[in-house]
Write a protein that binds this ligand. Structure first.
Ligand SMILES: Nc1ncnc2c1ncn2[C@@H]1O[C@H](COP(=O)(O)OP(=O)(O)OP(=O)(O)O)[C@@H](O)[C@H]1O
Ligand SMILES: [Mg+2]
Ligand SMILES: [Zn+2]
Length: 249
């Protein structure tokens, strides 16, 4: 076993915990329990509590900071802020279950504008980050633009399409915000479908958690992105409608 394999094994074995980290006592590094004549004896490895930072660093490099421009004042809200909003209950219950580690890897929160979909997804993301999971957030339109900007090989600098998509597939939780174009009733372009297919298929194959928010109905989502994407999404996800009044008004 080389050092890289040992690091991967360590991260796969140790359970991430909320701070203070019981594995390293907050130092961020651990050593392996191997005999003193072992080549990895005395060598330090990154503790599992550093794993999300390492992954998030990869993701933020791939997206060049986009994931840091998280919208609205979601940090001001918590689950209890939705207690008096009956039409968001299904979404809150499902997102809460995901943050607590339920079996189902995916969640599609759909519904009309301003009903709290993004906020609910971001609360779940905050709790998962606090529990030591690597989390990533992308806005759908921004993601498509970023990926498409890599096609201009003469002018593009920075991560390639492959690097961006690979980073998104790796996160423990990926939030894809505002998926689809509500204004359009036509199928998405072949290129958009291909980009989304690579992400959704990657997430489907890994056991990572994925939350999608959208203004489209499930049926509209299926028409826009096609069966290849929709069947994977529906196969791995709970669907929760988020309805009620527009909280922006
Ligand atoms: N529980 C809440 N109580 C009061 N205001 C809230 C609550 N949750 C969210 N908001 C506010 O309501 C606004 C809309 O919330 P949010 O962006 O989550 O809605 P959305 O469903 O994602 O909207 P869209 O479909 O347009 O993306 C935001 O400005 C947010 O700060
Ligand atoms: Mg939103
Ligand atoms: Zn640790």
């Amino acid at each position: 076993m080389n050092a890289e394999e040992a690091q991967a094994l360590l991260w796969a074995t140790l359970q991430p915990c909320a701070p203070p980290c019981p594995h390293c006592g907050g130092l961020g590094v651990v050593t392996l329990a191997v005999p003193y004549d072992h080549e990895l004896f005395g060598r330090s490895f990154k503790c599992v509590c550093q794993r999300h930072k390492a992954l998030e660093h990869t993701i933020s490099q791939a997206l060049q900071g986009a994931a840091e421009s998280i919208p609205n004042q979601s940090h001001l809200f918590d689950w209890h802020d939705f207690d008096h909003l009956p039409h968001t209950r299904a979404a809150v219950t499902a997102a809460r279950a995901m943050a607590q580690g339920c079996e189902r890897p995916g969640l599609i929160i759909w519904g009309s504008t301003g009903t709290g979909k993004t906020t609910v997804a971001l609360i779940a993301m905050r709790y998962m980050a606090a529990a030591g999971q690597s989390v990533a957030w992308v806005d759908y339109t921004d993601l498509i633009k970023r990926v498409q900007s890599t096609y201009d090989r003469d002018r593009h600098t920075g991560p390639s399409e492959d690097e961006i998509l690979a980073a998104l597939v790796k996160a423990d939780l990926l939030v894809i915000d505002d998926m689809g174009s509500a204004a359009s009733d036509r199928p998405a372009s072949e290129n958009r479908v291909e980009i989304m297919f690579r992400i959704i298929n990657g997430r489907y194959a890994s056991s990572g958690r994925t939350i999608i928010t959208t203004n489209l109905t499930p049926d509209h989502l299926r028409r826009q992105f096609g069966d290849r994407i929709y069947s994977r999404l529906a196969g791995m996800s709970d669907l929760a409608k988020c309805d009620g009044k527009d909280l922006r008004q």
